[in-house]
Design a binder for this molecule. Structure first.
Ligand SMILES: [Zn+2]
Length: 371
């Protein structure tokens, strides 16, 4: 079956929900037509002339980038200057560009998670949890219908906590109600007070799935009027948020660890700061520009922070605080997300019976060259 661009957007939105994006960001559709059919998708960190040529060459009608094409509110697009020229080229070629930026950074399987996994960290946790809002849903169900309602909620995406699905809690009790004139009750009769055995079934769900979950719950529930509560949670039980921290299975010296980063990320060079024989056990990572992130890394008990774009002053501050760092570059610490995202999209398309090929760009490289 052929897919449309908007179906792929929906899959990406499931991987990295838009609500995880920072307020200043411009994620989502950048240019193009959501209704256009697509058979080949190209993933890249940035959209530039090289990636546009690659998309044309490979017949990719949709390019998904990490960095938005349009970020700073441009007031004009001049074809005699690079941004306008690129945009005109994209539009003339009929290519659609979609960006997943800070939402992809913070996603459960996003940039920093991919970086932590690439470095083989154990016991990975989110350094600054946040982003996704969660709700508690409690519904009162006749005991012999609890399984049907519970299963419907699970199918709608409720009840996930970490690596566990179908997490619910059930308590028995007595419900009361009096059906009034005009009601056609599942149990009892109009005018009479009813006391019935009911189960309070409760579960947790991401706020973005509330509509879908409530609809599924109402469909599976036998009552005409379903009593349920939906309330916001202060805790963030998800695995989303900025940065990750984890442990090395075997401690390394800082120099050995810096070499491991260089090899694991397939980079020609990395820069590090700190005593080369200092011991590294706990590692904080943040893909992209994470130099200002260092106080969080320190609070998280990390010995070293791996990120890109570390500035001179941040580097000095880290060393003064006893935190080492490895600067593996913005490009080097972000491109690790492209393969996991491609694998997810391939799987998702295959599962939906869509004939879509997902490619990772080979044209876009690091703008910096090491001598
Ligand atoms: Zn970036």
């Amino acid at each position: 079956m052929q897919a449309k661009n908007r179906v792929i957007f929906g899959f990406i939105e499931e991987f990295c929900p838009g609500e995880l994006a920072e307020e200043w960001d411009n994620c989502g559709l950048q240019v193009g037509d959501p209704e256009r059919p697509v058979s080949r998708v190209l993933l890249a960190l940035d959209m530039d002339r090289e990636v546009l040529s690659e998309a044309l060459e490979k017949g990719a009608g949709l390019v998904v980038t990490h960095h938005p094409l349009l970020l700073k509110g441009a007031r004009q697009f001049r074809e005699d200057r690079p941004p306008g020229r690129l945009l005109a080229g994209i539009i003339r070629a009929g290519i659609t560009v979609y960006a997943a930026h800070t939402n992809l950074d913070s996603a459960a399987r996003g940039v920093s998670q991919a970086l932590a996994e690439k470095l083989d960290l154990a016991e990975i946790r989110v350094l600054r949890p946040g982003g996704e809002r969660f709700l508690k849903l409690a519904v009162f169900v006749p005991p012999d219908h609890t399984d049907a309602v519970r299963e419907a909620l699970a199918r709608a995406g409720a009840g996930w906590i970490g690596n566990y699905s179908e997490c619910t809690f059930m308590t028995g009790g007595t419900g009361t109600f009096r059906p009034l004139e005009g009601a056609s009750p599942f149990i009892g009769r109009v005018g009479g007070l009813e006391k019935v055995e009911e189960t309070r079934l409760e579960t947790i769900l991401p706020a973005r799935l509330a509509g879908r979950a409530v609809k599924a719950m109402l469909t599976a529930h036998p009552y005409e009027e379903v009593a349920y509560d939906l309330y916001p949670l202060e805790n963030r039980p998800g695995r989303t948020g900025a940065g990750r921290v984890g442990r090395l299975e075997t401690p390394l010296t800082l120099k050995e660890f810096a070499l491991r980063v260089k090899e694991a990320l397939g980079l020609p060079a990395v820069r590090y700061g700190g005593r080369e024989d200092g011991e590294v056990r706990k590692v904080a990572v943040c893909g992209g520009s994470g130099g200002d992130f260092w106080p969080l890394a320190l609070d998280g008990g990390a010995d070293v922070l791996v990120t890109g774009d570390i500035g001179y002053h941040a580097a000095r501050d880290m060393l003064a605080s006893g935190l080492c760092f490895v600067d593996a570059g913005h490009y080097g610490t972000e491109r690790v997300v492209l393969e996991p995202l491609a694998a997810y999209l391939r799987e998702r398309c295959r599962g939906a019976g869509l004939e879509v090929e997902v490619l990772v760009s080979s044209a876009a490289g690091d703008p910096f060259v090491n001598l």
